[in-house]
Design a protein around this ligand. Structure first.
Ligand code: HAM
Length: 440
């Protein structure tokens, strides 16, 4: 038997109904915040991701040469395409641009729990607004969405950090911008490697950008800074390094946290300088969503990326957004028993005794389906009443219409309410109206 490719999923009907549930809540949440839906191609020029997404993504691209000799890649994320879309029409768009999308992305990663090669993301982004109110709105939307699935602050945590603050801190340690960025790529992996390994990676990262320095001292500084977990701790750590840039940054922090508190979302948010994000375009506040108990891979991630639209040929346009993945989300919802039970219930099941009765049932089925009801009947016309009633019960239908010879002799049918276990005789010409009144 053929197997699927590693990291790709098949969706049986139960899986599709779960996926529909997830998509429905994603879309409903986006609408609650006034976001408009957009979409972009699944296959893009490879160039779009080189530089724009950064080293980590480049290693995971699902890229190939097409039959026209073009270098192309399946999209690993939506953000560069979104930035291009906005860049192309930036002057004609009402600002701020608040757009969302639900779509599949592809990354050639090693398959592991919570990580596949094809996965869906809910992306929501605000472009054209530089104030931290937009950052707060994106974080609030992420939390709103998780809550709409039934998750609470005891289940999930937004880990909030800031690349601007990181850069100010690293520049204070006399690192060049290039070195600081290389160091941040190492900090991004710090949680998953030993201190020894991290030190080795730091040495290599600095050497790569042509900087030497005392790796031990730097390592100590990084270990302290990346474990800061409150605004007060950050302020205390940076108190002696005060500059205008730093003062302004702390004002933005207070404003962001103040807004989230005002929305009653403070319990969901944990300041955590250990989050820096692996993607190259982030510039300011960054965040990731994890299970509150720290288990598992990220449920969502995002942040500010103020230069990407310009890099793609548009005007200078600040931007912030996030993406939530379906894989870790579904795992968590399953674990917390927050997925609804899906039964493939039809509304009406038709039971007909003999070929003539079946023809009448078929005609009524068309009328009921035209009214939007879900109708089923057995394909075989020679089954006993008992067998057909069993099929009706298995179908999950609320009503059965029985086309028996006695009823038809009186130009009627038996309408059986399968839940209540009650039945009545109904003239055939009234059956559609009668059912439509019930399901209305
Ligand atoms: P990201 O952190 O790379 O960010 O991905 C966001 C989320 O997508 C992750 O937290 C995870 O839930 C899911 N995800 C990523 N890779 C995989 C995978 N291989 N398998 C399953 N799920 C995965 C971005 O993609 C940014 N473009 C988000 C963004 C939007 N930033 C600003 N706007």
């Amino acid at each position: 038997m053929f197997q699927t490719l590693p990291g790709f999923r098949e969706f049986y009907p139960e899986d599709c109904s779960i996926r529909n549930h997830i998509f429905r809540i994603w879309k409903r949440s986006a609408r609650a915040f006034g976001f408009l839906e957009y979409d972009v191609p699944v296959l893009e020029p490879l160039e779009l991701y080189i530089e724009k997404s950064g080293e980590e993504i480049i290693g995971q691209l699902f890229n190939f040469t097409d039959k026209g000799g073009r270098q192309v890649s399946l999209r690993p994320e939506m953000t560069p395409s979104l930035a291009r879309l906005v860049a192309a029409k930036a002057n004609g768009l009402k600002r701020p641009v608040k757009w969302f999308s639900v779509g599949e992305n592809y990354r050639y990663e090693r398959q592991q729990k919570g990580r596949l090669r094809a996965f869906y993301q809910f992306n929501a982004d605000i472009l054209g607004e530089e104030g931290s109110g937009a950052d707060a709105e994106c974080i609030a939307l992420a939390i709103h969405t998780l809550r709409a699935f039934g998750l609470q602050s005891r289940d999930v945590r937004i880990r909030l950090s800031d690349r601007t603050l990181w850069m100010l801190f690293l520049e204070n340690l006399s690192l060049s911008t290039a070195a600081a960025e290389a160091v941040l790529l190492v900090v991004d992996k710090a949680e998953r490697v030993s201190a020894e390994k991290m030190k080795e990676m730091l040495g290599l990262a600095l050497a790569k950008v042509g900087e030497s320095g005392n790796v031990d001292v730097l390592m100590n500084e990084l270990q302290v800074f990346r474990t800061l977990s409150s605004l007060e701790a950050i302020e205390e750590k940076l108190a002696r390094k005060s500059s205008d840039a730093l003062v302004n940054r702390l004002v933005a922090w207070r404003s962001l946290i103040g807004r989230l508190d005002a929305m009653g979302l403070g319990d969901y948010v944990q300041v955590d300088m250990g989050i820096v994000r692996g993607l190259a375009y982030y510039t300011g506040f960054v965040f990731e969503v994890f299970q509150a108990d720290g288990e598992g891979r990220a449920l969502a991630g995002g942040g500010r990326y103020d230069h990407l639209v310009k890099k793609l040929g548009g005007p200078d346009m600040p931007a912030v957004g996030f993406a939530m993945g379906d894989v870790t989300l579904r795992n968590l919802l399953e674990e917390k028993k927050l997925l609804p039970n899906f039964i493939n219930a039809v509304d009406v099941f038709m039971v007909a005794m003999g070929e003539d009765a079946f023809r009448l049932a078929l005609a009524d089925a068309v009328r009921l389906r035209d009214q939007g009801l879900a109708v089923e009947y057995p394909f075989k016309t020679d089954q006993a009443l008992g067998k057909q009633m069993k099929l009706a019960a298995q179908s999950g239908a609320s009503f059965a219409i029985i086309y028996g010879s006695d009823e038809l002799a009186k130009s009627g049918v038996t309408l059986r309410d399968l839940r209540a276990g009650e039945e009545s005789f109904v003239p055939r010409e009234q059956v559609v109206e009668r059912l439509f009144a019930v399901f209305g």
